[in-house]
Each structure stands twice: as C-alpha cells, then as structure tokens.
Design a protein around this ligand. Structure first.
Ligand code: ADP
Length: 512
C-alpha cells in the first residue's frame, strides 16, 4: 500500500487521492459540496495508513483543527493516549479493511484536549480492482445524547422502591436496576440473560401466565396486574406489575419494560381489614340474633305474666267486694295493697309489651299532620290536666311518620312534662313544632324539676328512673318507647334540661 499524497489538489479542504478516479467530475463536485455543507458530522478521508486526507467544516467544528493543521497528520491525534497505547486506532482500520466497515461509540479528543463522546463509522474505500484506496470516516458528537442516557440510566438505577428492568422480545432480561435487586434479591450479573418467568410461582408459570403477560402487553400496549412473585431465596411477595412494550421507530416490537412494586404490606393490611370487617359482621349478626331472642323471650314472658296477674287482681277484688264486710280492717288494707301492686305490675307488663312490640311491628312512615298528632296525644291526657298544655302549630306542617307511634311519643313526653313538677306547683307544658331544613322538630317544654346533665342520656333506657314510685309514679319505660319509636321512623330524640328550671325534649323527623 502506498501512502496517499497529503497535498490538496482540488478545493481547499480536500486532497483527492486516486479515490475519485473514474467518477465524473460533475458528481465529484456535487459530492464535495455536500460534504462541505455538513456541519453536524465530521466527514473526512484517511489514507490506508491513517493519514488525514480531507476535512469538512463539521470536522473542524467538532475537532477544532483547521484543515491546514490536520490534513497530512495521522488520525491517531483524535484518540486518547490510552487508546493509542493499546493500538485501538490501527485495530479499527484493520477491521474496516477486513470487513468493509467499523462502527463504534467512544471517547475522542479535540485539539484543545477536551473529549467528546463520538459515534464513529469507518468505511473502507477500494478501487475497481479491490485494492484499498483509503477510508471514509464519519463522526458524530453524541455527548449530549450520551449524557441524557446516562442521567436516565442513573435515575432508573437509583430507584430502589420499584424494580425497573427490561426484557427482549422473548422475555429474556436485558437490564436490571437496584430496586429490582432489592425486591427480587438477584444482582444484575446473576439475572441479566435469564428469562423473567423465573419470578413467577410454579403454578403461575405452569399456567402460562408469563407468556400471557407479554402477549397482552404487546397486543394492547399495556399490561397491569397484581400477583404473587418469587424472590431469589424462594420467599413470595405480592407484586403490582406494569408491563409496556418497547417498539423501534418502525413500530417493530423490540422488547418490554417492566415495573414491579412489592405491595405485600398493603395487601396484608387490606386482608386484616377485610377479616376484621367479616368478624364484625359475624358478631353483629350474633348480637342481632341474641337481641331478637331476648325480645321474643321478654315478649312471651310479659304476655304470660298477664294472665296470673289478672287472676290475682280479680280474686282480690272479688274478696274485697263480696267478703269485705266480714274481714277485719287490717286484712282489707292488705288486700288493697295486693290490688295496687298487681295493678302496677300490670302497667309495667303492658309498657314492656308496648316497648317490645315497637321493635317487631312494621313501621311504615306516611305523611302525618303534626298539629293533628299533637291534638290526638293531648286528648289522651286527663281532662283537668289538659288545660295546662299550650301549643301553636302551623296547621299545614307535615312530617313523615307512623301516626300511632308519633302520637304515643308525644303523649309520653307531655305526660312526663305534666308529671315531674315540684309538689303543689301547677304544671305547664308548651308544645312547638317547626320546619328545620329537611326535618321537622317538635319541642315539648316544661318548667318542672329538670334533669341533671349526668342523667340526661340514661333516662332513655328501659327502667331508668330518677325517683321513687312514691314520689313520681311510673314504670321507667316511657322515654325508651319514645326513643325506639322515633328511631324506627328515621328520626332522633334528645333533651336539654337544667335542674329546677325545666326540660325541653326535641323530636326531629323527616319533613313530608
Ligand atoms: P317514667 O316516666 O315512667 O318514670 P320515663 O322513661 O318516661 O319513665 O322517664 C324516665 C325518667 O326520666 C323519669 O323517671 C324521670 O326521672 C326522668 N324524666 C323524664 N321526663 C322528665 C321531665 N320532663 N322532667 C324531669 N324528669 C324527667
């Protein structure tokens, strides 16, 4: 091989060794102009032994040499001393000469000693007979792209909460980040080159899940799922997986990216919550059942108690009326006590029956006129006490309720209001009713003895009384009936009271 002559013959930046011989002058000129106009690529020729023989503006921009500074110099100037020591430049030419072409990406050195990341293509140029005329070299500065790629790689690499890795078309692993190592236990060296199906449980792998995942991702552009996966040590974790197909510019499938998260903790938490909810449901069902049993029991007890009670009352009465004259006064008094006690027990049983019936009967709410319900309740109060009730109700006010239950509730509240007064004081109860947004509130207010704050909640329970039967008669069931009845109609009842000043009971129900 004869070294090419390093003197420009045509144009300022090019020497034309024998390379162009045989080409038309015209096309050579066009080609030269083309090369001359390219600024993003360094395009130049080398002699067979690597002497720079031409130089375009792209080369000057990239490598900083003016044509006269570099033409005739060896191309080894573009390589680091380490590359030169290892004979890399010569190796590249040898490969290009042998196979026609050499391509690589690597560091190259500018005139000022700075380096850039280059994409380099070296083509051997031969004449008709096949003898080597030299090399054409095209170099691109892809430092920016490399840096962007590097940053991207570092970014992916730095993610530890997610396993991010890529697969080729067939599912063989091609990249592996630190999150993948942390979650699955394999280092990149161990796993790259192996098939991703090994992360699946035996059952899933045998059922063909890995292939289905890739097929779905390829067909639909996306696969998302959750499932058990296996770590290197054989332990399992619950994973959330996203698979995306990777396609080249032509749309050809080249592989897949996979992002996996270990969400075992979340799954366990959800399972705990679900188990708790189920347990709660079972307990609720049990307590509902035992409540219902208790209700049924108390109903039948109350019901069965009434017959013997009636007998006690009836026989005592009978003795008093028919034999009263023959009995000593002491016995008569005792018999009267029996009748009274039986009467009280009868009322208790009656109230208990009413109370337990309230939870069993079907309560259908219909529009009920509030003024009418209040009037009906008042009419059940003894006539001479009824005078102490005042009310002014809008006659058009309607509420959604079960009429008999509402009337009963108002009656109980009014009855209490007229009952719990200091001795010798005249009772007074005032009833108000008004629309309150979507509800209607009925207020029953008295000026009686009032209720201490600590008792205001418990008085709504069955048998809760704050006084003896001697001081204020009663069974302790009235307010329990009020609350259960109002609740069953979808309403609520509450009290505001101050001892010595009086109480206000509020019923609120949906407006009709
Ligand atoms: P009863 O009236 O038969 O005792 P209730 O269930 O109606 O039963 O009332 C429970 C208790 O709440 C009463 O015993 C009384 O101590 C208290 N109470 C109810 N209403 C009033 C009121 N308007 N003023 C003061 N105390 C009241």
């Amino acid at each position: 091989m004869v070294p090419l002559e390093a003197t420009p013959k045509a144009g300022p930046n090019v020497i034309t060794p024998g390379i162009t011989e045989g080409h038309s002058l015209q096309s050579e000129r066009v080609f030269r102009l083309l090369v001359e106009s390219v600024r993003d690529y360094a395009i130049f020729l080398l002699t067979p032994d690597g002497i720079v023989a031409s130089w375009n503006p792209g080369a000057e921009r990239m490598k900083q040499y003016k044509p006269h500074e570099i033409i005739g110099k060896p191309f080894t100037l573009f390589y680091s001393s380490a590359d030169n020591d290892s004979g890399k430049p010569q190796m590249e030419l040898r490969v290009a000469a042998e196979v026609g072409r050499y391509e690589e990406e690597g560091w190259r050195i500018r005139k000022d000693g700075t380096r850039f990341w280059a994409n380099v293509i070296i083509n051997a140029v031969r004449d008709k007979d096949g003898s080597l005329l030299g090399f054409g070299k095209v170099t691109r500065d892809i430092t920016d792209r490399r840096e962007a790629e590097l940053r991207y790689r570092l970014l992916i690499e730095g993610v530890t909460d997610y396993a991010i890795y890529s697969l080729d078309k067939t599912g063989t692993i091609t990249s592996w980040n630190s999150g993948a190592q942390r979650i699955k236990g394999y280092s990149a060296d161990e796993i790259i080159g192996r098939h991703f199906s090994q992360f699946y449980t035996k059952e899933d792998a045998e059922a063909g899940l890995p292939a289905r995942v890739l097929a779905t991702a390829a067909a639909t552009g996306h696969y998302e799922g959750e499932g058990w996966r296996q770590r290197k040590d054989g332990t399992r974790f619950w994973s959330s997986v996203v698979v995306t197909p990777l396609r080249d510019e032509a749309g050809e499938l080249v592989g897949f990216s996979k992002i996996t998260r270990d969400i075992t903790d979340r799954k366990q938490l959800l399972e705990k919550i679900r188990a708790h909810a189920e347990e709660l449901e079972v307990r609720m069902a049990e307590s509902e059942r035992s409540n219902a049993e208790l209700e049924a029991f108390s109903y039948s007890v109350s019901h069965d108690l009434r017959a013997p009670l009636r007998a006690i009352e009836g026989f005592s009465d009978f003795i008093l009326t028919d034999f009263g004259g023959q009995l000593p006064p002491q016995v008569i008094e005792l018999l009267q006590n029996i009748v009274q006690a039986a009467d009280r027990m009868n009322r208790l049983v009656q109230d208990l029956l009413n109370y337990s019936r309230l939870s069993r009967i079907d309560i259908q709410s219909v529009p009920v006129n509030v003024a009418t319900a209040i009037k009906d309740a008042s009419e059940q109060i003894e006539e001479d006490l009824r005078r102490n009730i005042t009310s002014s109700i809008n006659p058009a006010l309607m509420v959604k309720a079960h009429k008999a239950t509402l009337t009963q509730a108002i009656f109980n509240l009014v009855n209490n209001g007229l009952k719990f007064y200091p001795p010798k004081q005249t009772p007074h109860v005032d009833i108000k009713a008004y629309r309150d947004g979507h509800s209607v509130t009925i207020e029953v207010c008295d000026e009686g003895i009032g209720i201490a704050p600590q008792h205001q909640e418990r008085i709504f329970q069955v048998f809760e009384r704050l006084h003896t039967a001697e001081a204020y008669p009663g069974t302790g069931i009235g307010l329990a009936i009020v609350r259960r009845g109002i609740n069953r109609m979808g309403g609520a009842v509450r009290v505001e009271s101050s001892p010595g000043k009086g109480s206000r009971f509020f019923i609120s129900l949906p407006a009709a």
